[in-house]
Structures are given as C-alpha cells and as structure tokens.
Write a protein that binds this ligand. Structure first.
Ligand code: TTP
Ligand code: MG
Ligand code: MG
Length: 426
C-alpha cells in the first residue's frame, strides 16, 4: 500500500461560473490492444491474453527469430483450442468478446466458446510502459489527473481551457486523439458532474466512445442502469438489493434513505442513497510522490509472540521482504521504519524508528522493524502485523555509489546480520 501526499482538486465550488466536469478515461481492451501494436497482423481477430508470462524463449519468437514481429504468419500463433492447463484470461479483443469470452474466464472454458481465438502470454512490463505513456499525454493537456490503475484515470476538466465546451466533449476528443497519435491505442471517456457518474459513463460507448452526462441526465441515463453499475456495489450487495426488489439505480433512488440505512448500516446505507441520486463530492486526487509504503497482513488465526514465534517470525520477515521489493521496484529509499500491530481485542499500536541513512534493503528494514517490536507489549495475541517504510525519496545516482561502497564494506551488513540474530523476538 502506498500513502501519498496529495494535492487535490477542489470539490464543486458554487463561487465559480464553471460547473464541475469530471472525466473517467479507460483504455479499450488494454493488454490486448498493446499486443496488437506488436502484432498488427492480428487486428480484427479474436485474441485473448492469458496463461503464462512471456518468456524470452517464447516458442513463437524462437521459431521466427530474425523476422520482424509484424511478419510472423497468423497461422503460426497458438490457438486457444490447443491450450491445456489452468490459468485465466486477463482480457480479450472486442472480436473475441463477441463469442462471450472475457476477463477472468478460465482459458479452458474460453477455448470451448472460441477455439479459434489466438492466445498470447502477458507482458506486464510492456503494459506498464504504455500506461505511463498515455498518462503522460493526458497530464500534458489536463494536469489534474488521478491514477486509478494500469488503464484508467480520472481527470478534472473543470478548469482546463475548453473543458466546459459541449459538456467536455471537445476536450475528451482532443485527449482521445492525442493518446492515439502518441501510442496507437484507443480509449473511452465519460464526462459527468462527478467521479461516480463519470466511471459509469466511460462504459456507455466502448470502444472509442465519448459519453457526456449533464446534471439533468440522471433520470434518463443513470436510473435505468442496474445497481451493479455503481462502482462500490459488489455482487453481495447486489444480491441483497435484488432480494428487496431493487434492480435499477432508479429503484434504489426511490427507496427511503432511512430504510437503506436499516438494511445496510449507517454509512453504507447513506452512501447507497447518495450514489443513487448521483451525488459524489470526492475530489480528483493527483498522482504525487508516495510518503510511505507498507505491507500488512491479518492472520487466519490470532498468533502469540512466544507460542507462535516461528510462524510470526516468518511472516514478519516476509512483510519486510515485500516492502523492500516494493521500494526497489518503484525506485524509492526510505528512512523511517515502522511496525503496526493489532491485538485480539482490536486495539492497534504503531512504533517507528528513523535511521541515519536511507535504505531499501530487506536486512536493514528487518533489523529496524525488529527493534520497534521490542517496544510494544507482546503478551496479548495478535491478529495483524504490518511493516511500513516512510520518509521516502527517489533513488538517485548517489545511492548507487553508496551501494557500491557498502558492498565493499561487508562489516556493515554482517553487523546487521548478527544484530538480527540476537533479536529476542520472533
Ligand atoms: P479493464 O479496463 O477492465 O478491461 P480492458 O481494458 O481489457 O477492456 P475494456 O475495453 O472493457 O476496458 O482492465 C484493464 C486491464 O486489466 C485489462 O486489459 C487486463 C487487466 N485485467 C485483468 O488482468 N484481469 C481482469 O479480471 C480484468 C477485468 C482486467
Ligand atoms: Mg479498459
Ligand atoms: Mg480499466
């Protein structure tokens, strides 16, 4: 989990003449579309992405070593019908979706629906590269952008020049075209009074769609939709709503707020009511540098520091390793190492310690986190354990130099090693 220092867009302000316009942009068949840039000969064909990760010895590439990727004959690509094994589809091209194939479906089941579909392995690095590229294009045009994952963002159009024209359509078109020119990828955009509605609207005309929802359109465009379309209504809530005869957002809006609170609790019930009425004041939170990274885990059963020492020790080390990997992968080093515990009575405590040097090394993190543990009561059983690294800064060239001196100077890491061994806990 990353915690960000977050400049945010202002929520709706009655003082300004401009009305609040928030866009949600989502790339079309993202992983598959990135693959089609590599293999344009597959354009228009049913293609699914899934199964194994791409490896350098990919059979297809090996067979055609030396040939440009775009010239590999279509007939040589693996077909879904020849696939045996587990694994799920991450996504499918729109041509494949016509056969009922889609995200999260098992490959074997998909093979029955569309045996002739071509199967390509995933290449997360490539998708991340394109993700950065399309987001860079957006922030050049509209700086208030909130990153919502690999293929989608919210954008605050309100104060962007041209952002009010045609309800945001002109700016949406400009962004679509600029992304296509820079990457060859298409996307769909919904522009609405807030995030909640924009998220629904971006799906209205996929692929390559632009959908504009104005405040007065709630009844016509949003109320006929099933409740499940609200981002925040999952299958379980939907089931409960259905059981009460509530199928559409309009039917949800027609229910008394108090009744919903009675069924779904104070905060979620009230939220459902607000959502059905299309109200959502959440600001667009711009991407910024994380101030901390953390990992935590809730145990399957409560654990005791002494009686479950080995198990806790292994979990603790694994958490430190995961935080260290997160830091290294994202290119950060941190100075403040902290822990979080939750006891069986749900009380939480945190402790932290600031080091002299920045680090992303698991041993250093493990040692400092271990020292924090010495400062808390471990007589009660624990239900959760977390490790956090804060006071982050980006890795720079100096760190590489420091790293080299450190490697030469083994005594430091040996000291850390022996320090870890003498820890009385876990
Ligand atoms: P989505 O935006 O949900 O789907 P999509 O971009 O493939 O298609 P659409 O045109 O409908 O937006 O997800 C973005 C990527 O995330 C998708 O290309 C692959 C990945 N993904 C999975 O790996 N598993 C999943 O279950 C889903 C839904 C997506
Ligand atoms: Mg998408
Ligand atoms: Mg998406």
């Amino acid at each position: 989990m990353a915690r960000y220092a977050s400049p945010v867009s202002a929520p709706a302000s009655p003082a300004t003449a401009s009305i609040r316009r928030i866009a949600h942009l989502d790339m079309d068949a993202f992983y598959a579309s990135v693959e089609l840039l590599r293999y344009p000969q597959l354009q228009g064909l049913p293609v699914v992405i899934g199964g194994a990760r791409r490896r350098p010895d990919d059979a297809l590439l090996q067979k055609h070593a030396g040939l440009p990727l775009s010239e590999i004959p279509v007939d040589d690509f693996p077909r879904l019908k020849d696939y045996a094994g587990r694994g799920v589809i991450t996504t499918a091209t729109y041509a494949a979706r016509q056969f009922g194939v889609g995200s999260a479906m098992g490959l074997m089941k998909a093979a029955k629906l569309c045996p002739q579909a071509l199967l390509l392995p995933v290449d997360f690095d490539e998708y991340r590269r394109y993700s950065r590229r399309f987001k860079d294009v957006i922030t050049e045009i509209a700086p208030l952008m909130e990153d919502r994952g690999v293929d989608e963002v919210y954008i605050d159009f309100t104060e962007v020049p041209g952002g009010q024209r045609d309800g945001g359509r002109s700016l949406a078109r400009l962004i679509q075209k600029s992304i296509f020119d820079a990457t060859g990828l298409t996307c769909s955009i919904g522009v609405a009074p807030n995030k909640l509605i924009a998220k629904m609207a971006s799906e209205f005309n996929k692929p390559k769609g632009i959908s504009i929802v104005m405040p007065d359109d709630l009844q016509a465009l949003i109320w006929p939709l099933p409740c499940r379309k609200i981002n925040g209504v999952g299958p379980k809530t939907d089931e409960k709503l259905q059981a009460q005869g509530i199928h559409t957002i309009g039917e949800l809006a027609a229910r008394e707020r108090e009744g919903l609170i009675g069924h779904f609790g104070k905060s979620y019930g009230a939220w459902l009511h607000e959502a059905a009425w299309g109200r959502d004041e959440r600001p667009v939170v711009t991407e910024s540098e994380p101030v901390s990274l953390s990992r935590e885990t809730t145990f399957e059963r409560d654990l005791h520091a002494m009686r479950d020492k080995a198990e806790l020790g292994a979990i603790f080390t694994a958490l430190c390793e995961r935080v260290a990997t997160d830091l290294q992968r994202k290119g950060y080093v941190g100075k403040t190492i902290g822990i979080k515990l939750r006891y069986d009575d749900f009380r939480s405590v945190t402790r932290d310690q600031t080091l002299e040097h920045y680090t992303a090394e698991v041993k250093t993190i493990r040692l400092a986190a271990g020292l924090c543990l010495k400062r808390v009561d471990l007589s009660r059983r624990l239900r959760l354990l977390g490790v956090r690294v804060g006071s982050l800064r980006r890795v720079n060239a100096d760190d590489a130099a420091t790293q080299q001196t450190k490697d030469k100077n083994k005594s430091e890491s040996e000291a850390i090693n022996s320090g870890a061994n003498t820890l009385p806990l876990f």
